[in-house]
Design a protein around this ligand. Structure first.
Ligand SMILES: [Mg+2]
Length: 315
C-alpha cells in the first residue's frame, strides 16, 4: 500500500520513511506541500497521507482542503502531524479535512495504530465503491439473461449513432424475436422457457462480433447494435444470427425442441441524421415482414425507404 509522507524536517522524514518501509508500506516522500500535492494527484497515487502541519508550499491543513475539494473517485485518508496541542488548532485541522492527527513528539506504536485505523476506513470505502459499481452494472442488465436491458441498449445505440455521425460510418440495427415462444412456454413450462431464452442468448452472442452490443428488448425480443455495419453487412449479420439459432435444438428431457428466430434489420446511412426511433421502427417493420412471411427468416428495410413510406402521398 502506498503512503505519502510530507514533512520538511529531514530527520523526521527519514525516520518516517525507514519506519513505514519496515512496516511494509511503499513510501512516497515530499519535503514541501507542492510536491506532496503533485504526488497525490498521480495516477494510482497514495490514498493514505501523513502530512506535517508546518511545511513550505502548502501547510498540512491547506493540503487537506485541496484534497477534499477535488472530486476524486477514491477517498484519501489524512493524518496530520502537529506540534500544536491547543484545541483550536486541532479543530482547524480536522475542519480542513484531516481524518486524524498526531501530536509531536509521538511514539511509533501510536502512529502504527493510527495508520491501522485509517486502513480500516479505506477498506470500508473500497467495499462501498465495489458495491456501488456492482449495483450500477446490475441496473444496466436484464436479470435473467444478463444482456443489456432495454434502457441501456437504447443508450448504446444512441451513442453509436452519435459516434457514427462524427466518423461517417453506418450503424446496423437488428431486431430479433423468438418464434412461437408463447407455445414453448405453454407446452413445456416457464422454467424451460427461461432455459430457451438463455440458450438463444448464447447462440446470438456466438454469432456477433465483440464490438457489437446486444440487449433484451422485451420478453423474447432482442436488439443488436452493429457499429460500422452498412445495410448489406447487417443483413449478413442477421442471417448469421438466424442460422446460429436454427442449427441448435434445445433438449427437454427426451424431446428436442426446435427453436427459430425471426429477424428484421436496417442500417443508418452515413451522413444522414436518423433518429434512434426511426431506425428501430424500420427494423421493427422488417421484423414484422419476416413473421408475415412465415418466420425463421431475415427481412431488411432501408431506412430511407421506410421514411419515404411515412410521408403522405401527393394526390
Ligand atoms: Mg514542519
Amino acid at each position: 500500500m502506498k503512503v505519502l509522507v510530507a514533512e520538511d524536517d529531514l530527520v523526521q522524514l527519514r525516520l518516517l520513511e525507514v519506519t513505514l518501509s519496515k512496516w511494509g508500506y511503499q513510501v512516497l516522500s515530499a519535503r514541501d506541500g507542492e510536491s506532496a500535492w503533485r504526488l497525490l494527484q498521480q495516477e494510482e497515487g497514495p490514498i493514505l497521507a501523513i502530512l506535517d502541519w508546518m511545511m513550505p508550499g502548502y501547510s498540512g491543513p491547506q493540503l487537506s482542503r485541496l484534497i477534499r475539494d477535488q472530486s476524486a473517485k477514491l477517498y484519501t485518508y489524512i493524518i496530520l502531524l502537529t506540534a500544536r496541542k491547543d484545541k483550536e488548532s486541532i479543530i482547524e485541522g480536522m475542519d480542513a479535512g484531516a481524518d486524524d492527527y498526531l501530536a509531536k513528539p509521538y511514539i511509533l506504536d501510536e502512529l502504527a495504530a493510527r495508520i491501522r485505523a485509517g486502513k480500516r476506513i479505506l477498506h470500508l470505502q473500497e467495499e462501498l465503491v465495489k458495491a456501488q459499481e456492482a449495483l450500477r452494472e446490475e441496473a444496466m442488465r436484464d436479470p435473467l439473461t444478463h444482456l443489456w436491458n432495454r434502457r441501456t441498449i437504447f443508450h448504446r445505440l444512441d451513442a453509436e449513432l452519435r459516434a457514427a455521425k462524427a466518423s461517417g460510418q453506418p450503424v446496423g440495427v437488428i431486431l430479433a424475436d423468438l418464434d412461437h415462444f408463447k407455445e414453448v412456454n405453454d407446452t413445456y413450462g416457464h422454467i424451460f422457457g427461461d432455459h430457451v431464452l438463455l440458450e438463444t442468448v448464447k447462440a446470438l452472442q456466438s454469432a456477433l462480433r465483440p464490438r457489437d452490443s446486444i440487449g433484451r428488448f422485451g420478453g423474447e425480443e432482442f436488439i443488436a447494435v452493429l457499429p460500422q455495419c452498412g445495410f448489406d453487412e447487417s443483413i449478413s449479420a442477421a442471417e448469421r444470427l438466424r442460422v446460429a439459432l436454427a442449427s441448435r435444438h434445445i433438449k427437454h428431457g427426451s424431446n428436442s425442441v426446435p427453436v427459430t428466430i425471426s429477424l428484421g434489420c436496417t442500417a443508418s446511412i452515413p451522413g444522414a441524421d436518423h433518429s434512434l426511433e426511426i431506425l428501430l421502427r424500420a427494423a421493427d417493420e422488417a421484423l414484422y415482414e419476416s413473421k408475415r412471411q412465415g418466420r425463421n427468416r431475415v427481412s431488411a428495410l432501408p431506412v430511407d425507404l421506410y421514411m419515404a413510406s411515412l410521408r403522405p402521398i401527393d394526390s
